[in-house]
Design a binder for this molecule. Sequence first.
Ligand code: ZN
Length: 90
Amino acid sequence: MNYLDDVRSAARAYLLREADDARPEWRGVFTMNGTEGPTGIAPVCPDPEHEAGDGDLYTCCPELAIEVESAEFAEYLVALLNADREGGAR
Ligand SMILES: [Zn+2]
């Protein structure tokens, strides 16, 4: 396996432990008050009552939320992680 496969596998093992999903779909989330756009990333909430476009975090949401301090960087990470969801070895 190459380096990307190795780190992807390790990250998926971590995500399986922390978010109960090795390949979650990601979304931008509001992790700080007063920002215009979401500056964090988190798995898409599986609760059917949680609207897909709602970037706030509630008690229904998976625990894992990562603050990245930039709406542009958060959007980029969400795009990268979602593009990579099916990538690499199983
Ligand atoms: Zn939720």
